[in-house]
Design a protein around this ligand. Structure first.
Ligand code: SF4
Length: 386
């Protein structure tokens, strides 16, 4: 099944006319309020495209049983909508017990934007199910790069999260093609690997500094770190991925010399900057000096938490909320960045002229952000023009 959702600048699902308006204008005056919107926020193109493809597939396959291999995004409202459309889950916390074992040719299975493990794709093929593959084209690029590394004798180092669907799929691909991998989650773990490359840490210290499932089962650091190539999980911050690649480049230059660097190190040019763009755009809008910064997204969403921290650097009071129900005229319910506790803060909306900036995490539909903006306008005693 092909996609016609090829414009990364467009929004195809969960649209909100109010958010569309704000996205276009960047700013809106509503009575005493000045509403500010960053140029980039919310769903990335790959996720939006995947959701649009699911809606198409639901129409196209009528009453046939339809399943998501895994959640497309971790958003309760989107998952509820999927269930309302009669779409079940095969894996993850929402999985229907035994459904995976009962799959047959009548079933339609959606592969999510972040792709699937080789073993999962094989199982689907064996069962003869109809596959709707929504894998994001940007996710395929690091996969191709990893296969190239294997062909050229390099071990793949993934900047990603062990267990995340995308990294799980990448690691399975590498393993399936006889390659080796190491996953580093952040700069701290990358420092551990760089310490081993420089000969300052031994294999035991390396293993202790990484996630227990960070490497393939046959990984031998003494042999498999002679030549490394780096890729990243596309939802990581691009700036951190680049810093990690630079760290390895320096470590290998120290170990093998500048003249051998090309032989032992490969960098990537496949980075997807969707997450970074949201972060940079949040800095830009917070830098405009709003009185308030409202960040909308799940409390457990790490990219939303990162967005909520942006206000701190600009001295702007920032509130991380999950949706419009968090807002009352006299208080706001939000997640405290340091303690992780859910707090209620009184008198959050000052009287008089107020500039309010907004952004949304990568799993927040525009429709929810739109409800939040409308609620702020209502609580300020103002009315949106039709
Ligand atoms: S983060 Fe980038 S690569 Fe990943 S699904 Fe979104 S658009 Fe695609």
């Amino acid at each position: 099944m092909t996609s016609t959702y090829d414009d990364p600048a467009a929004r195809y699902t969960y649209r909100s006319p109010l958010v569309d308006r704000l996205r276009k204008a960047g700013e809106l005056e509503v009575g005493r309020l000045r509403l500010l919107m960053p140029p980039s926020f919310g769903f990335c193109w790959g996720v939006d495209r995947a959701l649009a493809m699911v809606q198409d597939a639901r129409r196209r396959f009528g009453d046939r049983p339809m399943w998501l291999l895994n959640s497309i995004i971790h958003n309760p409202r989107v998952n509820d909508d999927m269930r309302r459309m009669g779409i079940g889950f095969l894996k993850g916390p929402l999985a229907e017990p035994g459904a995976l074992d009962r799959l047959g040719p009548e079933d339609v299975v959606v592969v999510p934007a972040f792709s699937a493990a080789v073993e999962e794709m094989k199982l689907l093929a064996e069962r003869g199910v109809e596959i709707v593959d929504t894998t994001c084209p940007w996710v395929i690029k690091p996969h191709k790069r990893a296969l190239k590394y294997i062909r050229e004798g390099f071990t793949t180092v993934v900047h990603g999260t062990v267990g995340h669907d995308e990294t799980r799929a990448t690691c399975s691909l590498v393993r399936h093609h006889g390659g080796h991998y190491v996953v580093v989650h952040n700069l701290a773990e990358a420092e551990v690997l760089a310490g081993f490359l420089r000969g300052r840490l031994d294999a035991r210290a390396l293993a202790a500094g990484l996630h227990p499932q960070a490497t393939d089962p046959d990984f031998d650091p003494a042999r498999h770190l002679a030549r490394i190539g780096v890729i990243n999980q596309t939802t990581m911050l691009a700036s951190e991925s680049r810093a990690i690649a630079d760290l390895f480049r320096r470590a290998l230059t120290e170990r093998d010399g500048e003249e051998r660097l090309d032989e032992v190190f490969r960098d990537f040019d496949t980075i997807c900057s969707a997450t970074q763009e949201n972060q940079d755009a949040a800095h830009a809008v917070a830098g405009r000096g709003p009185d308030l910064f409202i960040v909308v997204g799940g409390y457990d969403s790490s990219n939303t938490r990162n967005l909520a921290r942006v206000g701190d650097g600009h001295g702007v009071p920032a509130f991380h909320i999950e949706g419009p129900e968090a807002l009352e005229s006299d208080r706001i319910r939000h997640r405290d960045r340091d303690s992780g506790r859910i707090l209620e803060t009184a008198d959050w909306l000052p009287p008089g002229p107020v500039a309010v900036a907004f952004t949304a995490g990568a799993s927040t539909p525009d429709a929810i952000l739109g409800q939040v903006v409308a609620r702020v306008v209502e609580l300020a005693g103002e009315t949106l023009a039709a």
